[in-house]
Design a binder for this molecule. Structure first.
Ligand SMILES: Nc1ncnc2c1ncn2[C@@H]1O[C@H](COP(=O)(O)OP(=O)(O)O)[C@@H](O)[C@H]1O
Ligand SMILES: CC(=O)N[C@@H](CCC(=O)OP(=O)(O)O)C(=O)O
Length: 282
């Protein structure tokens, strides 16, 4: 008999306890712009998501798209700068952010999942009162901090086995549109759903220590000391902050992992090995 088939059957057999553990669980997955690779990688990600749904998990996707926004701003010759990992967003930039995130990026993910037989539905935080924001800081313009997340639409969709794909935009009290950092939006959605897992997919294997090794299990205390020492820096700061805030908000655990690694989500959820860095409350 073909060895690959024997290995596949054995893998499925060993996955049973994990499939049982996650049946009915809500898993929020943040797909960062850097983790969105080739069409083949997107197809594989979509298959993982559809498989999760097939075995009774409720996956909720929140995406980023920073590099795609940068490319469009370049084409339109609009300059853009970041402060503390957040894009300074004036009215013209906000239009481009919305066009890119709720447009091509969102639909690329929706279509990839649907092509694998899933029932993905694209939303932004502006739909169905999902995410309401207040301005984060006057210096950042239309950058928003989620104040309220109404998870009802997500619960309704999960019941009908739809897979929500959410662009990180929010509505303001005065009818404004806000640009939300993708990690922050994913954390707020995960907390509102009291998700079992928040998976933050990025372009590194996990959170690294001063020696450059991935730390597989991290406590809040360890994160604070690695951040104070400057070992956790740049784009990793909003991720670890999001993970801690999500746990405080009732999420069981958050994992920071490499979205470019094959079947990263399945490896994390359904194998003994796990992937990346897992953060639980102390
Ligand atoms: N301690 C650390 N461990 C791992 N990555 C780190 C660390 N400190 C800073 N980083 C950086 O954070 C980056 C991930 O953040 P970012 O580029 O914003 O990701 P994404 O676009 O997926 O949201 C990594 O590529 C890495 O360069
Ligand atoms: C406020 C803010 O910075 N918003 C982000 C939203 C997209 C994002 O977060 O994309 P990644 O996950 O790919 O980095 C931005 O404008 O780039």
């Amino acid at each position: 008999m073909n060895r690959d088939w024997i290995a596949t059957a054995s893998t499925l057999n060993k996955a049973l306890p994990y499939l049982q553990r996650y049946a009915g669980a809500t898993v929020v997955i943040k797909l960062g712009g850097h983790a969105m690779g080739s069409d083949a990688a997107m197809e594989e990600f979509a298959r993982d998501v559809v498989l999760m749904r097939q075995v009774g998990v409720n996956p909720v996707i929140v995406h980023g798209g920073g590099p795609m926004i940068n490319a469009m701003l370049d084409k339109l010759q609009i300059t853009s700068e970041f402060k503390n990992g957040k894009r300074v967003t004036d009215a013209a930039t906000m239009e481009v952010v919305e066009m890119v995130l709720a447009g091509v990026v969102n639909k690329r993910i929706v279509q990839a999942i649907n092509r694998q037989g899933g029932r993905a539905i694209g939303l932004s935080g502006k739909d169905a009162h999902l995410i309401t924001c207040t301005p984060t800081d006057p210096d950042l313009g239309f950058v928003g901090t989620p104040q309220a997340v109404n998870p009802r639409v997500l619960r309704d969709l999960a019941e009908k086995e739809y897979i929500p794909v959410i662009a990180p935009l929010g509505a303001g009290a005065q009818g404004e549109t806000f640009n939300i950092n993708g990690d922050t939006a994913a954390g707020a959605v995960a907390a509102a759903l009291k998700a079992d897992r928040l998976l933050l997919l990025t372009d590194v294997a996990g959170v690294k220590n001063a020696a450059g090794e991935v730390v597989t299990e991290l406590s809040a205390t360890q994160i604070r000391s690695l951040t104070e020492d400057g070992v956790i820096a740049g784009g990793m700061i909003p991720k670890t902050e999001t993970a801690l805030a999500a746990i405080d908000g009732g999420v069981r655990a958050a994992v920071i992992l490499d979205g470019r690694a094959p079947n990263a989500c399945l490896l994390e959820l359904f194998t003994e090995h796990g992937a990346g860095s897992i953060i639980r409350s102390d």
